[in-house]
Design a protein around this ligand. Structure first.
Ligand code: ASP
Ligand code: MG
Length: 400
């Protein structure tokens, strides 16, 4: 089999961890598999580099940030190669520009465009273990780019897709994907399987298991994906297109504190108002998530919506600047809200899922301020201080 493995920062944090991982790699290799191994920067290296930059310049260019941040992964691959060499194994390291992995030009948020596979194939044909630096790429000007925080997952899945690998394993410090954050919810359970769509929802809802984009790629190219631990020998969670029906109707509960609610009161109740409001927000390049519009009364209406917390002030300023054109009475913003969601492909065919969720919130005396649903997800907006209680109550209701 051709297997692409990715080990995250905590899995290669120090010499002990690197030796542990080298042991796993050696085992797979001795079974006769072809191996491409993608590594993240060790432990907190990337954060430390960001701090170093800040000591010198509060606003470094993103180009130079990428030159800096891409170094962390290069350290990891060299050290891993040395560990494997000391065990007598044939190994070669490749940075993204040696592969090469071609990306778009957006520094710090580049997207993989194309991966040349010739060099990789040649090395594999020589029965070498190929160790590739994650998170980095090369744009059309041959400048270094990075794929965004957590981007090594995406490097691994993209390599698996380009090489038509049989399996892509993402090794991390937890045993797989859980029904809720296991650090917060004691009864959280590891899922055997989850669909790409569920994983995508969970990834974008703040469950920090996999880089969002890696799941998108895995779905698009049908990559066999497994999330598992490098510390504990146990099978992990398989991410795939269709899963066998589990006993629970939902796969997971997640929360996202990184949201803020903006409410615009007293807008005119006439055609085009929503368009004008959201045109202002989107011109400011701000993503809107949940939207709620009140029923018009006495020729006015209210519109509230959520944005990422970091964009709240910008959004309010942009709207205030258009106050006369939009003609509203008042605007308010609240960052102390949290989005709590349940995700489950089984929702499409089951009834009463929303009722169960709302009942759990009622039992826990949590007030809901907004609701939004999709085919496989129900999200509610609650006070940030209620969010953990909400998660626990909902989890107990569905998995208890
Ligand atoms: N080292 C990068 C980060 O910390 C990429 C990764 O770990 O996936 O975000
Ligand atoms: Mg990660």
């Amino acid at each position: 089999m051709l297997i692409v493995q990715k080990y995250g920062g905590s899995s290669v944090a120090d010499a002990t961890c690197i030796k542990r991982v080298a042991g796993i790699i050696a085992e797979r290799y001795s079974e006769g598999h072809d191996l491409v191994v993608v590594l993240s920067a060790q432990g907190d290296t990337t954060d430390d580099l960001i701090e170093k930059a800040a000591e010198l310049n509060p606003n470094p260019t993103r180009r130079e940030m990428d030159v800096l941040l891409s170094t962390g992964e290069q350290i990891s691959i060299a050290l891993m190669a040395m560990a494997l060499e000391s065990m007598g194994l044939p190994v070669v390291t490749l940075t993204a520009w040696q592969v090469p992995i071609r990306t778009s030009s957006d520094y710090s948020a580049a997207r993989i465009k194309k991966i040349e596979t010739e060099r990789l194939r040649n090395e594999l044909d020589k029965r070498r273990i190929v160790i590739v630096a994650g998170f980095q790429g090369l744009n059309k000007n041959d400048d270094i780019t990075t794929l965004g925080r957590g981007g090594s997952d995406t490097t691994a899945v993209a390599l698996a897709a380009a090489l038509h690998a049989d399996l892509c394993q993402i090794f991390t410090d937890v045993e797989g994907v859980y029904s809720a954050d296991p650090r917060k919810v004691k009864s959280a359970r590891k899922l055997d399987e989850i669909t790409y769509d569920e994983m995508l929802e969970l990834a974008s809802l703040g469950a920090q298991v996999l880089h969002n984009r890696s799941v998108e790629l895995a779905k698009r190219y049908g990559v066999n994906l497994e999330v598992l631990s490098s510390f504990v020998r146990a099978s992990g969670t398989i991410v795939k297109e269709v899963t066998k029906l589990e006993t629970s109707k939902i796969s997971g509960v997640a929360k996202d504190n990184n949201v803020a609610r903006i409410a615009i009161l007293g807008l005119r109740d006439e055609p085009g108002i929503a368009f004008k409001v959201f045109r202002v927000v989107s011109s400011a390049k701000i993503n809107v998530d949940i939207i709620l519009q009140s029923i018009g009364r006495e020729s006015t209406k209210d519109i509230s919506f959520t944005v990422p917390s970091a964009d709240m002030d910008t959004a309010v300023k942009a709207l205030e600047a258009q106050r006369d054109a939009l003609g509203f009475a008042s605007i308010s913003a609240d960052a102390s809200v949290s989005k709590v969601s349940i995700v489950g492909a089984g929702m499409m065919s089951a009834t009463g899922i929303a009722t169960l969720m709302f009942e759990a919130l009622y039992d826990a005396k949590v007030n809901i301020s907004m609701i939004s649903t999709s085919e496989i997800k129900i999200s509610v907006l609650v006070n940030e201080s209620d969010a953990d209680r909400a998660i626990q109550a909902i989890h107990d209701k569905f998995f208890g």
